[in-house]
Design a binder for this molecule. Structure first.
Ligand code: SF4
Length: 328
């Protein structure tokens, strides 16, 4: 446990955490919404520092990151807890409950990544931004070893800590759950604007950015939503990959899984504005493939997590020479 970086001391031994827009005000002995910060003796501490829930070598496609070293493996870890309360959470056993943890120091974590033929470290599973102090220190150790850092996140963080972290983050997959603020308030106990700001700042800082949208039956599956989402992303860049992910009932949400027809509609709307749209959590022979936006040929064929990149040559389409925004 170390002292948290972003907080204010208040009267009566209370503190205000300023890491994320929840800005929890905590009396002595209390923890924040995310359960990763605690007021001890009138100071705020990162109680989750060095406490890792999971450690696994995953395909980078599982994050999902499709344009960042496709076919590579990345050591993946994360903390317990989250600063959202999404009723459909697909990882609720660690985001909303407490799973067994183990202590791993930042240097030790980086060494683990270098030992296992990983391209680096992915901070993922629950919400890594609430593990801020640990992510920052570990990402520095990862860079010292010449490896990469990837964040898989809800993007719900204040601007100042985000700007301090971005120089160490090479890739980010940010979940945009909806383009409606009311959705974030009522379903996630969060808000939309900070999430969009995170995507924009990360992209402008040169971080590789991909977006995920979990499409939940009857909640965020309208044509209007997919138009709004793809319009907004395309204004940053039509080359930012969008992953439309199929929802399955989980945690407190019992509505039926997203119909495949809805995903097909969403994909076709998004492709009007974006060059790279993928559909995940569904079995379809072509929806995970990377298609050259110029000649229409398949550049990267994906079979589940197996990847054939043989038509990606020096960052270009092997058929027509069109440059592709894929790091490899
Ligand atoms: S990081 Fe955690 S404790 Fe801090 S404001 Fe956000 S939810 Fe609250």
């Amino acid at each position: 446990m170390i002292e948290a970086t972003y907080y204010q001391k208040l009267a009566g031994s209370k503190v205000r955490c300023t890491l994320c827009p929840q800005e929890c005000v905590l009396s002595e002995g209390k923890s924040g919404i995310c359960r990763g910060k605690k007021n001890v003796g009138g100071k705020l501490f990162a109680s989750n520092y060095e406490m890792a829930v999971s450690l696994a070598l995953d395909p980078i496609e599982k994050k999902p990151l499709y344009h960042f070293f496709p076919g590579a493996n990345i050591l993946s870890t994360g903390p317990n807890g989250c600063n959202f309360r999404c009723r459909f959470c697909q990882n609720w056993t660690i985001s909303q409950e407490t799973s067994p943890e183990r202590v791993i120091h930042p240097k030790q974590m980086a060494e683990e990544a270098s030992k296992c033929k990983s391209i680096g470290l992915a901070y993922t599973y629950a919400e890594p931004l609430i593990w801020y102090e640990y992510v920052l220190e570990t990402s520095k150790e990862i860079h010292k070893l010449g490896l990469k850092n990837a964040l898989v996140t809800n993007g719900f963080i204040n601007e100042k800590p985000l700007r301090a972290l971005l120089p160490f983050i090479d890739a980010m997959n940010v979940d945009i759950k909806s383009m409606e603020g009311s959705f974030y308030q009522s379903i996630c106990s969060g808000s939309l604007e900070p999430v969009l700001r995170t995507v924009q700042l990360a992209y402008e800082a040169g971080c590789h950015v991909e977006i995920t949208n979990l499409v939940v039956t009857d909640l965020n599956d309208s044509e209007e939503h997919f138009h709004k989402l793809s319009d907004w992303i395309s204004k940053l860049s039509p080359d930012i990959p969008l992953h439309l992910s199929r929802y399955f009932p989980n945690y407190k949400m019992t509505v039926a899984p997203t119909p495949v027809e809805t995903l097909a509609m969403a994909r076709s709307i998004a492709l009007q504005k974006l060059n790279y749209v993928y559909v995940g959590n569904v079995s379809h022979e072509a929806w995970g493939d990377t298609i050259c936006p110029k000649c229409g040929k398949c550049i990267i064929k994906r079979y589940g997590y197996a990847v054939d990149c043989s038509h990606l040559k020096d960052g270009k389409c092997d058929f027509c020479g069109h440059p592709l925004p894929i790091l490899s």
